[in-house]
Structure formats: structure tokens, C-alpha cells
Design a protein around this ligand. Structure first.
Ligand SMILES: [Zn+2]
Length: 152
């Protein structure tokens, strides 16, 4: 009888101790997870920023068009609003060469269309007739409202 009671007591003690340990363990585990999440939240964006490239996509279909690093100037103006000058654009289709009279002079340009959805995005300077505008030759203008910043 006594033996059985002792066993019962020991079993109870064991269970209680085990339960306390479990709760304590779970609590610590939860705290650790919370801590880890906090670290991830503060660390990851900066790490991702380093890995990911900032790009601009077609506003219509999200096709990747240009890289943030390729921006030469954000102070461009088109008839429809603000525009950015880029070194280059990718995933675009070039239209036919045409002469255009723009605010800063006469140019030979090609319109640029998204090669995915066909949306007109801007133009490429083929030739600048004004000597002071020669730096634009081969560069690309994309209209701000036609492109969306994103991460690759
Ligand atoms: Zn598109």
C-alpha cells in the first residue's frame, strides 16, 4: 500500500515537474521564436535590398523594362508629364525611325513599346541635331506614369 502511494506520489511529482518544464520550455521556445522573427524583420529588408535589384516594370503588365541604376536623369518632361532618362531599356520593341521636334530641339527617335503588352512606354534618341543634346543619342526616355518601381 505504502509503496503504491509512493509510486503514485512520485508519478505525480514527475508529471508536475515535467509539465512545469514543458511549459517553461515552450515559453522559452516561443520567446526565442519571437526574438528570431524580430531579428529577421530588421535584418531581411536590408539583406534583400543588397541582393535584389531595383527595377522599373511596365505599369500595364509588370514586364521588367529598366534598372534603377540605369537612370541618368529624373528631370525629363514629355508632353504627357514627367519622364526619366535611362542608359537603356530591355524587353522593349522599337518603332520606326522618325524625326520629332521636341522642347529641346529636333531629333531622330524611335518609339518604344513593351514587348509583352504592346503599351507605348517612351522613346529612344537615335540622333540629336542640336550639338548640345548629343549626349542623349542612344539613350531612352520612359514616361513616369507608364512604369512602376519594383524589386526583381
Ligand atoms: Zn507591358
Amino acid at each position: 500500500m505504502i509503496g503504491t502511494n509512493w509510486q503514485k506520489l512520485n508519478l505525480l511529482k514527475g508529471t508536475t515537474l515535467h509539465s512545469i518544464l514543458s511549459v517553461d520550455f515552450l515559453f522559452r521556445e516561443k520567446e526565442r521564436k519571437k526574438e528570431r522573427r524580430k531579428v529577421e524583420e530588421t535584418m531581411n529588408p536590408s539583406v534583400e535590398d543588397l541582393i535584389r535589384e531595383r527595377v522599373y516594370s511596365c505599369h500595364n503588365c509588370r514586364n521588367q523594362i529598366s534598372r534603377h541604376d540605369d537612370i541618368i536623369s529624373k528631370g525629363f518632361q514629355s508632353v504627357k508629364g514627367r519622364a526619366f532618362l535611362f542608359y537603356e531599356a530591355k524587353n522593349v520593341r522599337e518603332g520606326a525611325e522618325e524625326n520629332k521636334m521636341l522642347i529641346t530641339g529636333n531629333y531622330k527617335v524611335r518609339d518604344l513599346y513593351c514587348n509583352e503588352c504592346g503599351q507605348l512606354l517612351g522613346w529612344k534618341y537615335i540622333k540629336a541635331y542640336n550639338v548640345t543634346q548629343k549626349y542623349k543619342e542612344g539613350k531612352v526616355v520612359l514616361e513616369k506614369f507608364k512604369i512602376t518601381p519594383a524589386s526583381s
